[in-house]
Design a protein around this ligand. Sequence first.
Ligand code: CTP
Length: 403
Amino acid sequence: MSILSGKRIVLGVSGSIAAYKAADLASKLTQAGAQVDVILTGSAEKFVTPLTFQSVTGRRAYTDTDLWGNEAHVLHVGLGHATDLLVIAPCTANTIAKLAHGQADNLLTVTALASQSPLLLAPAMDGGMFDHPATQENLDTLRKRGATIVEPAEGHLASGLTGVGRLPETHQLIGHIRLILGRRGLLAGKRVLVTAGGTQEPLDPVRVLTNRSSGRQGYALAQAAQDAGARVTLVTTPTALTPPVGAEVIRVETAKQMLDAVLKEFPESDALIMAAAVADFRPKDVAEDKIKKEGGVPQIELEATEDILKAAAGLRIEAKRKQVVVGFAAESQDLLQNAANKLQSKKLDLIAANDISANDAGFSVETNRITLLFADGRRESLSLMSKSEAAEIIIERVAALLE
Ligand code: CTP
């Protein structure tokens, strides 16, 4: 999560029962390398203590006592300035109302008023308070001033009622934080189309021909592109992975569906990264009913699927904008030669060659050992690294190619 590394985040915690979940958020942000300064309101202190946050951030957590302490005249200004982001999670209806009206009667609201940094609010409240016109109008006011509001989730509320008001899961909050921190990245204003996962070609209503792709490298690329400020469209086959918050997701199963989705989205994209493992062959006929054993061993005739990368790269000739096309080569032998051939025959700008015969790289594992081959003949060997790290490097190279 290098986008969070070294970032200064002020995390305001206000008085909702969801305050205990903010400790998990503070912990995950810290683990990802952010410097997290926590400010608790008086009512938050009734649910959780400063020590909870100090223990997970390794830094002092602030309360209203600090507002009237020795450093008070600079503290609120110091905390709010020179920060990359002010997050208030959970943010109660009361704190929302104060922020909307510019009130500043505790350390958190004083800090928010003094701060120039982007503001992210995660409202959390019980039974109907979120839907109340007063809260909604206050949120509108804050939105108009540029604040980002993460919509609360629907479900069980502490009162026993069911409704809208739950604090979203930590990973979702972190997704929104990443979106804001990435806004001015290398790919700001660019649209990046990423494919991920292995396609599934049906044989009958029950069975499919597929491959071992986990989708991890593609999802990591989508996240890295978004961290760099791009608007991301992720075309994905079914996987167990969670798409990056903010990405537009198009779900497909077959190579044909992926082809249609890519060709539709590609003209508006600045870059296409085909990390998906696309079937080269599919059953020629799909049985309408489940194939039964009694019929004997079936003879399955296959036909070729279309090469999506080649089709998209071919469209570029008419394109008005500069478009970068990136492929992957998953090889078990003659890695670089095969990758170089694919780079040339598919007319790519860049290909990531991946040795799938190694047990620490390729399908189903967390790491990859990739060599990048560029159209101009340059080669770059990356050491063994996580798929996220590899994704960040590939995205940097894509940004350079787009310059
Ligand atoms: N690819 C594609 N459409 C296909 C097959 C592959 O767009 N029908 C893309 C993959 O997403 C990948 C690149 O082409 O980015 C190379 O895929 P790979 O399977 O390594 O190569 P193939 O071209 O399928 O050749 P082969 O299977 O013979 O190695």
